[in-house]
Design a protein around this ligand. Structure first.
Ligand code: 7RM
Length: 660
């Protein structure tokens, strides 16, 4: 029996595979794909784009060479619609396949949305936007937590050629207004309220406060997430009612490959967040391919990326990558500890999740609660685990792998950025059976060529070396510009190492030639996997009338990865120091977001500065790492006595903390 039955079973499996994802792609091994990408990148990406995307008009040139890597353009001459790729093509094949599983805040209340339903919702929303004058090229802000309607809002913009900018629903009114004004959004889409961890979030109130200062906003579309009514003003349009009146069909706009798809703000080393621009075809292709290969996504799998759509991870691996591949994608509305620390794994059991993609900060938090919260639940559906957002430490990696994955799952540490559009370095794709070294991103994706640079801007050859991480070849998913500030784009990413994309991170290349990311090289810190410029926090605190000057640095935090530590100088006549400290924290929460609030605020008389007036944050870092006696070269310091002052203040602060 055995041989024939096995062969038949193999045939069925292969058949199932071929009908699904791989139907559109030539069956090639990882090794072959890697080799093709290395040999002729333009031909490789061209072939992938033809196979993986549905085009209205085929492109004429896969890659247009450019004077600098930042100016490379992809698939010129081609036309397509991203929403058609994410919806219509699957509706034609299998309309009743589940596109989204909305894992709502309350466990056990999940809602399944098929591809047909999501297309319907997207078209109604698209028609509503059109009715209110939103046209191709207009910017639309989406201020919504993860939900089917938020996904439909993104896809509705894509369908009519509008540009969405999703703003994480934890950002303050002022942060939201800043983004809306920078991108001159015509409309905002939001909910009356949100629900997270059993608590109500007043989204509409925040939007009201924001749009008071946003002259470009003509309409605010308000959907209902809760039964509570909120105040509706002149700009406000009840979205659900409008959508119910619209037709569930909407002719898609045929977009050029290099038209803008969305922009997403991210922190850099100055105070002002950058509006990173992604375009249609290249971004979609890269998100879809990395989703398929890095997670080994197979048709029928339930893909669970628990990131918020307010971050790039949500864009690429909750929405665009999975939907382009016809996957079933989980929308996680809750928190890792609501109603208890077993939430993720109870969800895995109930929804039978096959790939689970999350952040190290959550893993570090959960491992403290103990293994019993994991072991209570059946996790046998899990095949691949993924980590993203910050370096994952060994303890967290081992726990994720052994306890959550029962040592049976492939665990991939994925390195990438808002700017890269999708995963660039990850243990997969690998040769089948190739080793995975714990806590390391390891291998570049097809077509990604990492290089390490030394201080003199020279490429470092060989292995067992560290340097600034750059990427030598362009790839379709890379950002095209910073919205209305191309000079900043060029300066930030292509100037330090001419001819290369500079990531801002440093990395180590192991003896075997694998990559390990070692951290940021600029003044960007990473709090719970969320990027923050220390300058952003400083700018916010500097607005306090009693505060002439501040310096913020990152320090290692057990759960959050990094926390913010603020050194502040107060005016001489300030008496209520404690009160001012509280006010400073409140200012940061209201100007940026709660997660940006420094854990520590230390009042000092002066900051350490060079003769030319630059704050020496390096010294502050050493002081709070208790390396104050070993500060290295301080010859550039204007007045070395400032160090003793700060050391004394810090010692006093620490003893106060111990006793309080
Ligand atoms: C996807 C995302 C990007 C920055 C990046 C790194 C850090 C992200 C990893 C990582 C070590 C990782 N986009 N980072 N992933 N560091 N290992 N696997 O997070 O634009 O918000 O942040 O995050 O510093 O430059 S992001």
């Amino acid at each position: 029996m055995a041989a024939a039955v096995r062969a038949a079973a193999r045939g069925r499996r292969l058949g199932a595979l071929c009908r699904g994802l791989s139907a559109s792609l030539p069956a090639a091994s990882y090794a072959e794909l890697r080799a093709r990408a290395a040999r002729d990148p333009a031909a490789f990406w061209g072939q992938q784009a033809r196979a993986a995307l549905r085009w209205d008009t085929p492109y004429s040139a896969a890659r247009r060479p450019a004077p600098g890597p930042g100016a490379t353009r992809w698939f010129l001459g081609g036309r397509l619609n991203v929403a058609v790729n994410c919806l219509d093509q699957h509706v034609q094949q299998s309309p009743d396949r589940v596109a989204l599983i909305w894992e709502k805040d309350e466990p056990g209340t999940e809602v399944k949305i098929t591809y047909r339903e999501l297309l319907d919702m997207t078209c109604r929303l698209a028609n509503t936007l059109k009715k209110y004058g939103i046209q191709k090229g207009d910017r639309v802000a989406v201020y919504m937590p993860v939900s089917p309607l938020a996904v439909a809002a993104m896809l509705a913009c894509a369908r009519i050629g509008a540009v969405h900018t999703v703003v994480f629903a934890g950002f303050s009114a002022e942060a939201l207004a800043g983004r809306i004004n920078d991108s001159e959004c015509k409309a905002v889409i939001t909910y009356n309220q949100g629900i997270r961890g059993g608590r109500i979030i007043e989204l509409k109130k925040t939007v009201d406060e924001a749009v008071k200062n946003c002259p470009s906003v003509k309409h605010v579309f308000v959907a209902q997430r809760t039964d509570n009514t909120v105040h509706m003003g002149d700009l406000d349009i009840p979205l659900n009612e409008e959508m119910a009146r619209e037709a569930p069909v909407c002719i898609p706009e045929s977009m050029e490959s290099e038209d803008m798809l969305f922009m997403l703000y991210t922190s850099g080393s100055t105070g002002k967040p950058k509006g990173i621009v992604h375009t249609q075809a290249g971004y979609l292709l890269y998100a879809a391919l990395t989703h398929k290969y890095v997670f080994d996504y197979q048709q029928g799998d339930i893909f669970g990326c628990v990131a918020d759509i307010g971050w790039i991870t949500g864009h690429s691996y909750v929405v665009y990558g999975p939907l382009c591949n016809g996957a079933t994608s989980v929308l996680f509305e809750s928190t890792p500890t609501y109603p208890d620390p077993g939430r993720y794994w109870e969800t895995v059991q109930r929804l039978k999740i096959n790939q689970f993609y999350g952040a190290p900060t959550a893993i570090r938090l959960l491992l403290k609660y103990g293994d019993q919260w994991v072991k209570k639940y059946d996790r046998s559906s899990l095949k691949t685990l993924g980590s993203v957002g910050e370096p994952i430490n060994h303890e967290a990696w081992q726990w994720f792998h052994k306890v959550v994955g029962d040592s049976k799952c492939t665990l991939v540490d994925t390195w990438w950025q808002t700017e890269t559009g999708g995963i660039c370095i990850a243990p997969r794709p690998s040769e089948e059976g190739a080793e995975i070294i714990p806590a390391m991103a390891m291998r570049p994706f097809f077509g990604i060529v990492p290089v390490l640079m030394d201080e003199n801007g020279k490429v470092i050859e060989g292995n067992d070396v560290s340097g600034a991480l750059c990427i030598a070849e362009p790839w379709p998913g890379m950002a095209r510009t910073i919205y209305r500030d191309n000079q900043r784009f060029v300066d930030a990413y292509f100037k330090t190492y001419p001819g290369y994309y500079f990531t801002g991170d440093s990395a180590y290349r192991t003896k075997e030639g694998y990559y390990q990311i070692t951290g940021r090289m600029d003044d960007v810190i990473n709090v719970s996997g969320h990027r923050l410029g220390t300058a952003e926090i400083e700018d916010a605190m500097d607005e306090h009338p009693a505060v002439p000057e501040t310096a913020v640095i990152g320090y290692p935090h057990e759960i959050k990865g990094e926390g913010a530590f603020a050194f502040v100088v107060l005016k001489d006549d300030t008496v209520q120091t404690e009160h001012v400290k509280q006010e400073l924290k409140a200012i940061v929460a209201s100007k940026i977001a709660k997660y940006a609030v420094p854990d520590h605020v230390l009042v000092v008389k002066r900051l350490p500065k060079t003769r030319s007036g630059k704050i020496m944050r390096r010294l502050l870092k050493k002081i709070i790492a208790d390396e104050g006696s070993n500060l290295g070269d301080i010859t550039t310091l204007e007045d070395p006595s400032v160090i003793t002052e700060i050391l004394d203040a810090y010692e006093k602060y620490k003893s106060e903390q111990r006793t309080s």
